[in-house]
Design a binder for this molecule. Structure first.
Ligand code: CP
Length: 311
């Protein structure tokens, strides 16, 4: 029994298998449903809002022949204080796997520690591994014929602008090390990569393939991909005004994008906030591939679930 809590949880061969399967699922979508989760019930427990993750997992479970059970904090006894240990021990008696979106990464780790079923991280404050795998798949399909992320993404320069201490930046730091990409982080000094991700990389003996600058143009220079995320992450709403002011120089507009390679891809995990982290002009440009990223959540997550299924 295996969990997917962070990008490092799958071996090299498992990652290859997942990416290969995801491309197959995409190509053969008309053949759904398949039977990888036949007879299985998978829970989806969300402590936070979601559109893409919730719907793509629910549809994906159905397309694999399984049954999704949607839960949230408020309509379960978690909302009234039942412990994580008791909750997951009970859910393990009913379900075949649990997809979990929550706040602190330690909450997901505690679920996993007491679980007899696979746990999938559908976003924590620390990491968003399903999004990163989908994004790697999207870059691969836009840039080469390969479905091998290790050979296809090696040497790709991805510039991430804005809050470089957020979960997406952390996940790109990990993906850079795993896939051999060069991750160039550009943001205010107050939002530089956290000690937590630096310690995580050291503990896991990951090669450092990232750099940080507080100059947006330097960060995107010669980049193959320019990426950003919301400036006010879920849970940071009280800091809105301060964050918007500090990150203003890191908005991805045509002027910033022009410092990247010609025809560089623009990516965003969505939801996007036009005129905040990205201009409407960039969002409308042919370089923007947000909706392909969103679609690929479905295909890669199906491959992840198929890999974790209790068969
Ligand atoms: N990108 C992402 O995780 O979207 P949702 O918050 O809508 O799930």
């Amino acid at each position: 029994m295996k969990h997917f809590l962070q990008e490092t949880d799958f071996s090299h061969d498992e990652v290859l298998e997942i990416f290969s399967k995801a491309f197959q699922f995409k190509e053969n979508r008309q053949k759904r449903p398949s039977s990888e989760l036949a007879g299985e019930s998978w829970g989806m427990l969300f402590y936070k809002n979601s559109t893409r993750t919730r719907v793509s997992f629910e549809v994906g479970i159905r397309e694999l022949g399984g049954h999704p059970v949607t839960l949230n904090q408020e309509n379960t006894q978690i909302g009234r204080g039942e412990s994580i240990e008791d909750t997951i021990k009970v859910l393990s008696r009913f379900l075949d796997g649990l997809i979990l979106r929550t706040h602190g990464h330690e909450i997901i780790q505690e679920f996993a520690r007491h679980s007899n079923i696979p746990i999938v991280n559908a976003l924590s404050d620390f990491l968003h591994p399903c999004q990163i795998f989908a994004d790697c798949m999207t870059i691969l399909e836009k840039t080469n014929e390969s479905c091998n992320p290790f050979s296809g993404l090696r040497g790709v320069k991805l510039a991430f602008l804005g809050d470089t201490s957020c979960n997406m930046a952390n996940s790109w730091i990990l993906a850079g090390s795993i896939m051999g990409m060069d991750i160039s982080l550009g943001g205010p000094k107050e939002f530089k990569p956290s000690d937590e991700i630096i310690h995580f990389c050291q503990k896991n003996h990951l090669e450092q393939r990232w750099s940080f600058t507080n100059d947006a143009r330097d960060a995107v220079k010669n980049a193959d991909v320019v990426y950003t995320d919301v400036w006010v992450s879920m849970g940071c709403e009280k800091e809105s005004e301060e964050r918007l002011a500090q990150m203003n120089p890191f908005r991805v507009d045509q002027s910033i994008l022009s410092h990247a390679k010609k025809n560089a891809l623009f990516m965003h995990c969505m939801p996007a906030h036009p005129s905040e982290e990205v201009s409407q002009e960039v969002l409308n440009s042919p370089q923007a591939i947000l909706f392909d990223q969103a679609e690929n959540r479905l295909h890669i997550q199906k491959a992840i679930l198929a890999k974790l299924a209790n068969k």
